[in-house]
Write a protein that binds this ligand. Structure first.
Ligand code: PEP
Length: 252
């Protein structure tokens, strides 16, 4: 049975003291929450991963990184390697977020290298895909997402692919307050699962967790998560307030 997941992407927010407070509040709230077959993942800025791991050790959530460089070590000033994440016991890492694609020019090929580098160290990529607004308006959203998966993920062997989580994040919905409709989320998630089934077979497709991301909040999470093939969410802005984030977790 596939896992239901709520992952919080904090992006470049919170100074250390604020991050500590937020993580402690979330950890305390999660102590009183039990959702079967579900996982809560927090993805704070890299500087706070060690602190987050310390809290996670005695709590009910796991930790993910927001980014990685696809080499174990070397002359890549400012970058963080999968080996460094592994040593901290980080379980997940976001790959392919639209902000990285847009502001840092990350290509399909580069994302493929990140996916491989993470899996080499048994860290699960949370692979983001999703179309821009003009692409949706042109009716190209299904083919855009297909290409993103084919170019960066579908080279994986089946046992490697089974460690991947996919997040469908329509770019026009990220940070805009305009979420995908239930119907739009439902049909894209079904499309993704069908593509995975075509490539890896029914069992792998059925076991894959596909998260929705894009202006998901405490008000719309329950409806979105109730759609077939939507197995939870990747949450940006709404993951920065403990109370709202916990409500989203409770919507699983
Ligand atoms: C994100 O950046 O992954 C995201 C989903 O952001 P938001 O929830 O703020 O739209």
């Amino acid at each position: 049975m596939r896992k239901r997941i709520v992952a919080g992407n904090w992006k470049m927010n919170k100074v250390f003291s604020e991050a500590e407070t937020l993580i402690t509040e979330i950890a305390d709230a999660l102590d009183n929450v039990e959702i079967e077959n579900a996982e809560v993942i927090l993805c704070p800025p890299a500087l706070y991963l060690e602190m987050a791991m310390d809290v996670a050790f005695e709590s009910n959530f796991t930790v993910g990184a927001q980014n990685v460089y696809p080499e174990d070590s070397g002359a890549y000033t400012g970058e963080i390697s999968p080996l460094m994440l592994k040593e901290l016991n980080v379980d997940y890492c976001i790959v392919g977020h639209s902000e990285r694609r847009k502001y840092f020019g990350e290509s399909h090929e580069f994302l493929l290298r990140k996916v491989d580098a993470l899996l080499k160290h048994d860290i699960s990529p949370i692979f983001c895909c999703g179309e821009l607004l003009p692409e949706r308006e042109a009716g190209e959203h299904f083919s855009v997402v297909k290409r993103q998966l084919e170019e960066s993920l579908f080279h994986l062997a089946p046992d490697e692919f089974s460690k991947v989580v996919i997040a469908y994040e329509p770019v026009w919905a990220i940070g805009t307050g305009v979420n995908a409709s239930n119907e739009q989320a439902r049909e894209m998630h079904a499309h993704i699962r069908k593509l995975v089934k075509g490539k890896y077979g029914l069992e792998t497709a059925e076991n894959l967790s596909i998260l929705y991301g894009g202006s998901c909040n405490a008000k719309n999470a329950a409806e979105l998560f109730a759609q077939p093939d939507v197995d939870g969410g990747l949450i940006g802005g709404a993951s920065l307030k403990a109370e709202e984030f916990i409500k989203i977790v409770l919507s699983l």
